[in-house]
Write a protein that binds this ligand. Structure first.
Ligand code: FHN
Length: 438
């Protein structure tokens, strides 16, 4: 078996990185986010909508990003998949334009998923896109350049769990069937991870955030998070660190994410953590899969996705909506269509999402968002004309966001009643804009 231990410059590189960031590294226990980091958090909360991209060599097999684990594919057999990955139709400019058309402000892409394969040119392993695929190009570098050109922020997903690296040992809850020897040097693995993260934070311009995943595989292992988080913030103070460990945030994390659920809900079984004070984000798929899945045609409609975006904003969370690009590098048409439809909606209603914060009122009818002295009442589920809601303040003016027409507001005990027009057929969200007295 060929192992990831075929490091090109290995330990020496790790030492260089350690020296670059200065030792000892600040403990993140005493983490005091820099002004740039706080500004980046506010930007993130304003952004509200991003594209999640699960892309790796697994797309060749068309069965999702867990295919190695699900089929019990040994690491040396799986390495053959890399030789077939040739995404000649990858077009960074087309991806970023799609993101803009969808009304999104950032991309979070898998730099490395659980299969351990780096989608960037890593100097500490040859288990990467440049060294192992016929394509031989650093797609993250191309995407970073295009994002910077088009004003879109780029975040990197990084899996701490690794089904390929021999030093990911002792093994956790997954990855036991990949044919690796039953030994390994955990400290070496941590050095390897830090070295790759340092590469991502050094060679790809401004990094919006690092989106960790996989710690749940070995929840009790010594992950040395203080060191890793300190190194990230040392290299780029404004980079937002978040981890999908499904637990309460650790010191040094700048945002909290939820998977397949709105904050505070746990229908998917991942989200037992309490909702923290940090900026929030929730990730969801368009069909049922994160990575490209040839047989998954269970697509959510554009209307469902819009409703999810609105409910996320109402819960003060960003919506990170996933696509799993195809092995040829294109984003499949079913995803593109839906993203563009959400973008059409955003062109009219984006003001009620971007730059807002969740609340202050909600009910069985829907949610609200607030920004610049304006409360946007998102009426998602209400077909009646009169809608009674708690008063968010003294209302000076009420209008429909879609056409600016006036909405009558009547004060009643304990709240206000909005008189809505007949709901047009197929309207996803009737947004009433309430201008409040300052
Ligand atoms: O195992 C991963 C999965 O493949 C995917 O990346 C999602 C995205 O939130 N997170 C993990 C499970 O928690």
């Amino acid at each position: 078996m060929r192992t990831t231990a075929t490091m090109k410059t290995g330990i020496a590189f790790v030492l260089v990185i350690a020296a670059q960031v200065g030792q000892p590294l600040a403990a993140q226990d005493a983490y005091d986010p820099s002004p740039d980091n706080l500004a980046a958090r506010a930007w993130f909360q304003d952004a509200k909508f991003g594209l999640f991209v699960h892309w790796g060599i697994y797309s060749v097999l068309g069965a999702g990003e867990w295919v190695m684990q699900v089929r019990g594919i040994p690491a040396d057999v799986y390495e053959g998949v890399a030789a077939q990955f040739n995404p000649v139709r990858f077009d960074a400019a087309a991806w970023v334009s799609l993101v803009k058309d969808a009304g999104m402000s950032y991309i979070t892409i898998t730099a490395k998923h659980h299969d351990g394969f780096a989608m960037f040119d890593s100097a500490v392993t040859d288990w990467d896109i440049v060294d192992r695929t016929p394509y031989g190009r650093d797609v993250l570098a191309e995407l970073a350049e295009e994002c910077s050109r088009q004003g879109i922020k780029l975040f990197f997903y990084y899996s701490q769990l690794d089904w390929h690296h021999p030093d990911y040992f002792p093994r956790g809850q997954t990855g036991q069937r990949t044919g690796r020897p039953d030994d390994g040097d955990w400290q070496n693995y941590l050095h390897f991870m830090d070295a790759q993260l340092a590469e991502l934070l050094t060679n790809y311009g401004e990094v919006g955030g690092i989106w960790f995943d996989g710690m749940w595989d070995r929840p009790d292992a010594e992950w040395a998070l203080e060191h890793t988080y300190g190194m990230i913030h040392g290299l780029q103070p404004a980079t937002l660190v978040g981890s999908n460990h499904h637990r309460d945030p650790f010191p040094g994390e700048d945002f909290q994410m939820f998977e397949k659920d709105l904050p505070g809900r746990n229908t998917a079984g991942f989200n037992e953590a309490a909702v923290s004070e940090l900026p929030l984000e929730t990730a969801e798929t368009i069909n049922r899969s994160w990575g490209f899945n040839l047989t998954d045609a269970d697509y959510k409609s554009a209307d469902e996705l819009i409703r999810y975006l609105v409910r996320a904003a109402g819960a003060d969370a960003n919506f990170l909506l996933n696509v799993g690009p195809m092995p040829d590098g294109r984003i499949q048409p079913e995803f593109q269509e839906r993203l563009r439809s959400v973008g059409d909606w955003m062109r009219t209603y984006g003001r009620s999402i971007r730059g807002t914060r969740g609340g202050p009122i909600f009910g069985p009818w829907g949610v609200s968002t607030t920004g610049n002295g304006t409360v946007f009442v998102h009426v998602l589920e209400w077909n009646g004309r009169a809608l009674a809601i708690p008063s968010p303040g003294i209302v000076e003016e009420a209008q429909l966001l879609r056409d600016g027409s006036a909405v009558t507001v009547q004060e009643v005990e304990g709240g206000i009643v909005l008189t809505l027009p007949e709901r047009p057929e197929g309207l996803v969200d009737e947004v009433v804009q309430l201008t409040l007295a300052r």
